[in-house]
Design a protein around this ligand. Structure first.
Ligand SMILES: Nc1ncnc2c1ncn2[C@@H]1O[C@H](COP(=O)(O)OP(=O)(O)O)[C@@H](O)[C@H]1O
Ligand SMILES: [Mg+2]
Length: 391
């Protein structure tokens, strides 16, 4: 168990590609941290610098209190699971898990001093002890992962999810201070992904080892992380708990990246009408009065355009409709997607499209014009130039 610290870490690849820029993060001992962002944003590079698989161009990385910039990967006390976890095809599950332990030097208790016979007896004793130790560790890991009855099989006789479990098992037996995962579930089918997601969370609850998990999948980030690090173009955008990231995104990028279906964005103008702040769209079809506590932060924006962000569950949802005296958006239904527990309505208002998550029993048809209640206090406004959140 160890905390992991990154201070002003940067990565410059040959050709002056700056993959990671001034990355600062302190990962608590035992924390499950998720790095999330679109492909190419520098997640793997960051993880590989922690693992020692990639040289650190700038800054320092610490595992525990030790600066590891110049420490070899094998001496960093970490274990890593990749998307393409290569198991040895000719070895059994048991041997796949035991292999890295066998490769390790085992320092037994016997003295190195003495005659040939004594040394031989010591060696035998140590070897037995090492084998018992390996056997115990492999079986413990297999129990944790529920693969005890697969130990004699070879990888080709396993499903994708089972193979992935073996790959994780290989890490568990080493009892590392830090687990690193790089998109470990990407090769699995959707159902198995969801199942393994829960299993990795359960594993973390059991082991309480520090885990750094890289994914481009915002659902994995939201469901697994104690904290989420959202990255874009090699730069950290926000570090927060999943609920903070979801409820108070720092900017338009995060707001649009986290959440499915994503947040709706409208370009609107801020106006002051009868001492109240309102926002309107170009055609005057959307006209919403803003909460009084937004008046002060919006002063500099009166008469200016802003980006209005509204999550699908905050327009037309049962809780929005249940609000006393709700404000509404009048829009035309374009597509209806029943999801079972809820229905997504793809709507058109003026030239803008948006999606609403409504009650599945709500009656409507394509081309209907309907009024959808808006939970305005849940909405956000973003500066159009900086894209930063204003409220
Ligand atoms: N070995 C390399 N040489 C040059 N550029 C690289 C190398 N590896 C990655 N990159 C670039 O660094 C950026 C970040 O890559 P990566 O860390 O793999 O992103 P992610 O894991 O978020 O998809 C990308 O622009 C990628 O093209
Ligand atoms: Mg990657």
């Amino acid at each position: 168990m160890a905390k992991v610290t990154l201070e002003h870490v940067g990565k410059i690849y040959p050709g002056n590609v700056r993959a990671v820029k001034d990355f600062n993060l302190e990962i608590e001992d035992g924390e499950f941290i998720v790095l999330v962002g679109p492909s190419g944003c520098g997640k793997s590079t960051t993880l590989r610098m922690v693992a020692g698989l990639e040289e650190i161009s700038e800054g320092i990385v610490k595992i525990g209190d030790r600066v590891v910039n110049d420490v070899l990967p094998k001496d960093r006390d970490i274990a890593m699971v990749f998307q393409n976890y290569a198991l040895y095809p000719d070895k059994t599950v048991y041997e796949n898990m035991a292999f890295c332990l066998r490769m390790r030097k085992y320092t037994g208790t016997g003295s190195q001093q003495g005659g040939i016979l004594k040394n031989f007896v010591n060696w035998l004793g140590n070897r037995r002890q090492k084998n018992e130790d390996i056997d115990r560790r492999v079986k413990e890991a297999a129990d944790i992962l529920g693969i005890r009855d697969l130990l004699r099989r070879r990888p080709k006789a396993l499903s994708g999810g089972q193979r992935q479990r073996v790959a994780v098992g290989r890490c568990i037996v080493r009892n590392p201070a830090v687990f690193l995962f790089d998109e470990p579930l990407s090769n699995l089918d959707a159902k198995m992904r969801v199942q393994m997601r829960t299993e990795i969370s359960r594993l973390h609850n059991k082991l309480r080892t520090t885990m750094i998990y890289v994914t481009h999948d915002q659902t994995e980030a939201m469901t697994m992380g104690d904290r989420i690090v959202v990255m874009k173009d090699g730069i950290i955008q926000q570090v927060d708990s999943p609920s903070e990231i979801y409820d108070s995104p720092n900017n338009v990028f995060i707001a649009g990246f986290i959440g499915t279906p994503p947040m709706n964005f409208f370009e609107m103008e801020v106006r002051e009408v009868n001492q109240k702040m309102v926002i309107c769209d170009e055609g005057g079809t959307i006209n919403l009065t803003l909460p009084p506590e937004w008046t002060s932060p919006l002063q500099p924006y009166i008469g200016k355009k802003v980006t209005f962000g509204l999550r699908p569950e905050h327009v037309g949802s049962p809780s929005a409709e249940a609000q006393y005296n709700p404000q509404t958006i009048s829009a035309t239904v374009e597509v209806i997607e029943p999801m079972g527990s809820e229905t997504y309505l793809y709507m058109k208002v003026g030239s803008a499209g948006f999606v609403a998550r409504v009650d599945p029993h709500r009656k409507c048809a394509v081309a209907d014009k309907i009024d959808l209640a808006v939970m305005i206090d849940k909405a956000h406004l973003f500066d159009i130039e900086t894209t930063n959140r204003i409220v």
